[in-house]
Write a protein that binds this ligand. Structure first.
Ligand SMILES: [Zn+2]
Length: 160
């Protein structure tokens, strides 16, 4: 990867998530601004990749400070600090829980929303904050993030 490491941070002047990541609207979706910036300057983000920063500033959208990597990369980066909270299940959900979750908790979400919701959660955003954005319950977000619901959408957080 080529990057100018001496470029200063560009701090986002627009809307932020509840925990400090810039977001933009793309159609009816709310997506992380760093995703848009990365795609514009570096190209496609592969499935399963998230966009991370090299400078440690959540609000930074300087293209040369952004890189795409997998959740495993992110986990390794955070393993020492314990800051990562992806909301892992401590057990497999039962069949009944899966069915119930799909019926009750997915009314206002669409297939398109799910990868973005999961990504925002991976970046450490509280499920309740994401839920507010989408007008759904916090459990609806938690189930989607954990892969209890929306099981047909790929890019699930691996179970620990
Ligand atoms: Zn930066």
């Amino acid at each position: 990867m080529t990057s100018r490491v001496d470029a200063p941070c560009q701090i986002w002047g627009g809307t932020y998530t509840g925990n400090g990541y810039p977001v933009i609207r793309r159609g009816h979706l709310t997506i992380l601004a760093r995703r848009q910036v990365f795609e514009t300057h570096h190209g496609e983000i592969l499935e399963g990749q998230i966009v991370m920063d090299t400078c440690g500033h959540r609000g930074c959208v300087e293209p040369t400070h952004l890189y795409a990597g997998t959740q495993s990369d992110r986990m390794r980066a955070f393993i020492a600090t314990g800051q990562f909270d992806g909301g892992h299940l401590d057990r497999q959900p039962t069949y009944e829980e899966r069915a119930r979750g799909e019926r009750i908790h997915t009314a206002k979400l669409t297939d398109e929303d799910i990868p973005f919701i999961r990504e925002r959660a991976r970046m450490g955003e509280k499920h309740g904050e994401i839920a507010k954005d989408y007008g759904v319950s916090r459990p609806a977000i938690s189930y989607a993030v954990r892969g209890v619901t929306w099981t047909h959408i790929p890019d699930l957080i691996p179970k620990a």
